[in-house]
Design a protein around this ligand. Structure first.
Ligand code: KIV
Ligand code: ZN
Length: 534
């Protein structure tokens, strides 16, 4: 293990859960609570709406099988409430919801409904135990969108909630556009919903207009007038969704509506990862989540939604626990708490020390030692200089590059075990992209062929399909950048590959996008074989 997991500065850190190190800021938090009179609850319920609001992200739809898989994973994550759909919106939505209910998960499954009989009947058809009823309450929505009156909205809300309750459903009620609703009218609607039997009042900031201070005041005011627990549903139009959700909780909200990766309408909703980890790490408010599953669920949603997160995304981004700068790596090696506020394992991630132009000798030394090399001081200096030169040329330095540099500096000879003899790719508008490859592995020829979604997919699959050995290799990440503009752009491909529990990264640059991909994969294959020998 590169870095010790024991933080023992007196009073500065403690082990929160197995392997999870949190800043022990309870002292600061209690001071802050005393000063600012915040009033958070003892526990917060996580309500995940990835499959409803999250699926309203422009361009995102999940198949029914994907929805079932998402529900299973959210259940494993320990999410107590899952909004599976807006059941009335399509037959497929309703069917997926019914199937999810049938799984018998520990999470409570719910669906969205207007306060209309047909919507509530659809929820009943899905066999959900809990329905989430919403109706707009702002004058803007009432007048321009619904073309009705406040009185009618109030009447419909009560009627819908009572109808659902009479049919055995538990009810959560949302006054849509609540944060642009006249406060007296909002209180009137919330009280009526409470009297009609709603057990949770969800307060949506539908168009994300709030700031944290406004949210705190808004929820504090509402809390004075209703007994029913409040829930926050924040949209991210001004980039405040997570902060607003936390502000609502500071004011006493007992539930947070969130989505995995913060997907949702327009700029999205509050991200489950960020809200839940903040509650756990900074506020010490339990959510009951199994935090070690967070990274896995985030990756699954990226894959199913096709929306991949920027590396700098908090908690789950590729760089959330990556360190390049020499000073930081030196600090980490001395004590992980110097530059990490929680251990990556806590959220199911791994720490990455990255070689690059900012790297120092300590970090590079650790990395090459991990690769099985033991360079002397002079060699390490040369390796570090070569890494910086490569970084200065604008290239991200993969561990395959570092491996090659180290072998070169240490004058370690050795032939590549995998070589490409032949690659043929056929593509066009009337053929399925097809590729065949011949590899020479340890001097013997092996052939592989595959079809794919496109020429790159086919070529990569053909390589991993060769008769020997690479079928159990998984391509974890594939990233292509165009270095120059135009149709003759040079492609820079970086791949991350895994076999037998080992991960490697490799990259290649080529004017031909297919060959850049093929070369990167070949480098990765060679690196995997070499690392298995160490
Ligand atoms: O943002 C919103 O107002 C909603 C409601 C349907 C709760 O998503
Ligand atoms: Zn919403």
């Amino acid at each position: 293990m590169l870095i010790s997991l024991i933080n023992d500065g007196p009073g500065s850190y403690h082990i929160h859960k197995a392997g999870a190190i949190m800043p022990s800021n309870e002292f600061y938090l209690s001071q802050f609570q005393a000063r600012s009179k915040i009033n958070p609850p003892k526990r917060v319920i996580i309500f995940d709406t990835s499959m409803r609001d999250g699926e309203q992200t422009p361009g995102v739809t999940y198949t029914n099988d994907e929805k079932i898989e998402i529900a299973r994973k959210l259940d494993e994550l320990g999410v107590p409430k899952i909004e599976a759909s807006f059941a009335i919106s399509s037959e497929g939505e309703a069917e997926a919801t019914k199937k999810i209910v049938k799984l018998g998960l520990s999470s409570m499954i719910t669906t969205l409904a207007r306060p209309l009989r047909e919507d509530i009947d659809k929820a009943l058809w899905c066999d959900v135990p809990y329905v989430h009823i919403f109706i707009s309450t702002s004058d803007l929505h009432i007048k321009t969108m619904m073309k009705t009156t406040r009185e009618e909205v109030l009447r419909q809300s009560v009627e819908g909630i009572e109808y659902a309750r009479d049919h055995g459903l538990r009810v959560e009620f949302s006054p849509q556009d609540a944060t642009r609703t006249d406060m007296d009218y909002l209180i009137e609607v919330c009280k009526a919903a409470e009297d009609a039997g709603a057990e949770m009042l969800n307060i949506p900031d539908t168009v994300g207009v709030m700031t944290p201070r406004m949210t705190f005041e808004f929820f504090s005011e509402l809390k004075k007038h209703v007994k029913t627990p409040l829930s926050a549903h924040a949209h991210n139009d001004l980039g405040q969704a997570v902060a607003n959700t936390l502000a609502a909780i500071e004011a006493g909200a007992e539930q947070a509506h969130v989505t995995i990766n913060g997907l949702g309408e327009r700029a999205g909703n509050a991200s489950l990862e960020q809200v839940a980890v903040c509650l756990e790490a900074q506020y010490k408010i339990p959510t009951g989540l199994n935090f070690g599953k967070i990274a896995e669920v985030s990756e699954m949603i990226q894959h199913y939604s096709g929306i991949y997160l920027p590396p700098t995304t908090p908690i789950v981004g590729d760089n959330a626990f990556a360190h390049e700068s020499g000073i930081h790596v030196h600090g980490l090696l001395a004590h992980s708490g110097n530059y990490e506020i929680l251990s990556p394992e806590f959220v199911g991630k791994k720490r990455r020390i990255v070689a690059g132009k900012h790297a120092g000798r300590h970090g590079i030394g650790s990395m090459v030692e991990d690769m099985g090399f033991h360079p002397n001081k002079d060699q390490l200096k040369l390796i570090a200089e070569a890494v910086k030169t490569l970084g200065d040329s604008g290239k991200s330095v993969t561990d395959t590059d570092l491996y090659a540099i180290t072998k070169n500096v240490m004058n370690i000879k050795g032939e590549e075990r995998v070589k490409l003899k032949e690659m043929v790719v056929v593509t066009g508008n009337t053929v399925t992209p097809t590729a065949s490859a011949i590899l020479i592995i340890d001097g013997k020829e092996y052939a592989g062929a595959a079809i794919g979604n496109g020429p790159i997919d086919a070529a990569v699959k053909a390589l991993t399909n060769v008769e020997k050995g690479f079928r159990d290799m998984s391509l974890e990440k594939f990233n292509m950048k165009a270095i120059t503009g135009g149709t003759n752009a040079v492609a820079d491909v970086t791949v991350s590959m895994r076999r037998n529990g080992r991960n490697v990264t490799a990259s290649s640059v080529n004017g031909d996008t297919v060959m850049a991909s093929v070369e990167a994969i070949l480098k990765g294959m060679n690196r995997l074989l070499e690392s298995e020998e160490q």
